[in-house]
Design a protein around this ligand. Structure first.
Ligand code: ZN
Length: 582
């Protein structure tokens, strides 16, 4: 059954679902104060760190960071898409969903345009004469007809409007094709993909959302053209191939991540089927969360060049942050997975994969001797790389433990790091090995206080604006609650979490909500927080004034100069007095 669920019914489903009852079906929950706790169903643990907070209608795991409302729980646990999760909960709560007429939503129009395009391309591959050449090319790369069918490979014929013409018979307009990323509008519309091998990109459920399109031999235009992001295609949320590999990944509790479409297709065909590909993006939090639904262990099989290794390091941090266990494979120089398998065979690749090691051993293997024997410039680079791995990890404890483990194992003296960190220009200041207890904590507690005492939101926005927050997550959460309060809406965590971007900000929101329980007594602290923010504002303004004064000076605008200087002096006074107090 498809069709949109009316908004008022969605609200009823959310309000009437008892989150404790919903989760109890899958997790054995014990009462703990006002809340409930149990063993997290999303990661392995022996002591419970999974909490359900019925008064606020959400759950949160301190171990793996998963959390959200009842709908999120069902989506995550039962692996359902949003509408299906709503239907599930409606049934549990005895809420009937009225049948809507079959008016297609915008998304449905795009899906149908994409599906039609996919079948047109497949047909062209098999039935046109230039398609036959493409087929020949696939054969030369060792890709069988079965594999080509399984991955829906196709061919976009040469010419400007083959696709546009072919699908117009089905009532799909050129404008819809444009919205789906398949046509480009200049004066008129023309096909985006021309004379290329097409690779459909599909969701877990197998719906086509976009295409990668590869150039054919003898054509010197760019190797790949990919679909742009559209209403249904968000690159950071898709893992290529997961629709065909998810069962294998689940049963092996392990996923191999490669970088390109053909790396994946070649591995899959060779019988290494627990594989997914990231294409055209760095590894994102959303992709890690997607993988975490199916497995715990992730092997990064990236190119052996330095860009590939860098990408693998960065991906490791993101994976650690989602509670996954990444390890890395070192391919011999000059190989990517596709070329390796074609030259050395699948057994040899399986062997190399089974030698995957965690990031620490990976670095150690690459060292050629002890850390202390390396030249200083190299030491600096190594430490920097390691800190880049740990920096996406939001949980302070996990981050510091991992960093410590890395440094211990490599025999790196943490004093050295202190020295390297403070050395001029060695680090950008965003790398944060030692937890930043300063502003980060102040902001966190301040927002928690606002949750505990929303009445402060009547006055706060006029004194504190979101640009004063040092952490983007905090700024986002703050401006959302200000906005909610302005509209007279309650600060419901499930509602807010829909407004706030997925990933770190959402996780932070839940941590703050939990913290807010402890903040109710701290009502008297409020003026102190305001003062701290005031200080930050003043410092910012002071820096601003400095450059304004210089400018006025250059222009010999003495009127302006006088006004600015006076403001500067007053501000300076206030800042100094404040600095002494705080
Ligand atoms: Zn968990």
């Amino acid at each position: 059954m498809s069709g949109r669920i009316p908004d008022n019914i969605v609200d009823r489903i959310k309000n009437e679902s008892d989150i404790v009852a919903v989760i109890s079906e899958f997790v054995s929950l014990k009462k703990s104060g006002k809340d409930y706790k149990g063993l997290c169903p999303f990661h392995q643990e022996k002591t419970p760190s999974f909490f359900v907070i019925p008064t606020k209608g959400f759950f949160h795991c301190f171990g793996c960071g998963k959390g959200g409302g009842a709908v999120n729980f069902i989506m995550e646990h039962e692996r359902l898409e949003y509408p299906a999760a709503l239907r599930y909960l409606a049934e549990k709560a005895g809420i009937e969903i009225p049948l809507t007429d079959s008016v297609n939503t915008f998304e449905e129009v795009l899906y149908s345009a994409l599906a039609s395009a996919a079948s047109f391309f497949e047909k062209s591959l098999r039935e046109s004469s230039s398609g036959a050449k493409t087929m020949q090319y696939l054969k030369s790369r060792g890709i069988s007809d079965d594999t080509a069918r399984q991955f829906g490979l196709g061919f976009a014929p040469d010419g400007w409007d083959n696709l546009i013409k072919a699908v117009s018979a089905k009532g799909i307009r050129a404008a819809d094709l444009e919205s789906a990323g398949l046509a480009v509008k200049k004066e008129g519309y023309y096909d985006r993909f021309r004379n290329r091998l097409t690779i459909p990109i599909r969701t877990i459920a197998g719906k086509v959302v976009g295409f990668g399109a590869r150039v054919l031999p003898g054509d010197d235009s760019p190797k790949y053209i990919n679909s742009p992001e559209t209403a249904v295609y968000k690159k950071g949320r898709i893992l290529y191939g997961l629709d065909v590999s998810k069962n294998e990944i689940r049963s092996k509790d392990q996923a191999i991540v490669v970088e390109g479409y053909f790396d994946l297709i070649t591995l899959y065909q060779a019988g290494i089927k627990n594989v997914v590909a990231v294409s055209g993006t760095g590894f994102t939090d959303e992709q890690a969360a997607l993988l975490a639904r199916f497995c715990q262990r992730v092997i990064l099989l990236f190119d052996s060049d330095s860009a590939g290794i860098k990408a693998a390091f960065r991906a490791s941090g993101v994976l650690y942050n989602s509670g996954l266990e990444p390890s890395l494979v070192r391919l011999p120089k000059g190989f990517d997975p596709d070329t390796f398998i074609r030259e050395k065979g699948p057994e040899e690749l399986s062997r190399v994969i089974s030698d995957a090691v965690d990031i620490i051993d990976f670095v150690r293997q690459g060292l050629n001797g002890r850390f202390s024997d390396q030249p200083l410039s190299r030491q600096k680079r190594i430490v920097q790389v390691l800190l880049e791995v740990t920096s996406p990890i939001e949980d302070n404890l996990t981050r510091d433990l991992l960093a410590k483990k890395m440094f211990d194992k490599l025999g790196i003296d943490t004093n050295t790091i202190g020295a390297i960190k403070t050395a001029k220009g060695a680090f950008k200041d965003d790398i944060d090995f030692i937890p930043n207890v300063g502003m980060r904590k102040t902001e966190f507690d301040f927002i928690a206080l606002l949750f505990a005492h929303p009445a402060f939101l009547n006055e706060v926005p006029s004194i504190i604006d979101d640009t004063l927050f040092s952490e983007p997550e905090h700024a986002e959460i703050y401006s959302s609650i200000v906005h909610f309060h302005k509209e007279g809406r309650a600060l419901s965590i499930p509602d807010l979490s829909e407004e706030i971007s997925d990933g770190p900000a959402n996780r932070r929101l839940r941590e703050i909500a939990i913290q807010s329980e402890k903040m109710s007594e701290l009502i008297n602290e409020f003026p102190k927080y305001v003062q701290k923010f005031r200080l930050i504002f003043n410092k910012k303004r002071r820096a601003e004034l400095k450059s304004l004064i210089e400018e006025a000076h250059k222009r010999s605008d003495f009127n302006k100069l006088e006004i600015l200087t006076r403001e500067f002096q007053n501000l300076n006074h206030e800042v100094k007095a404040n600095d002494a107090r705080v």
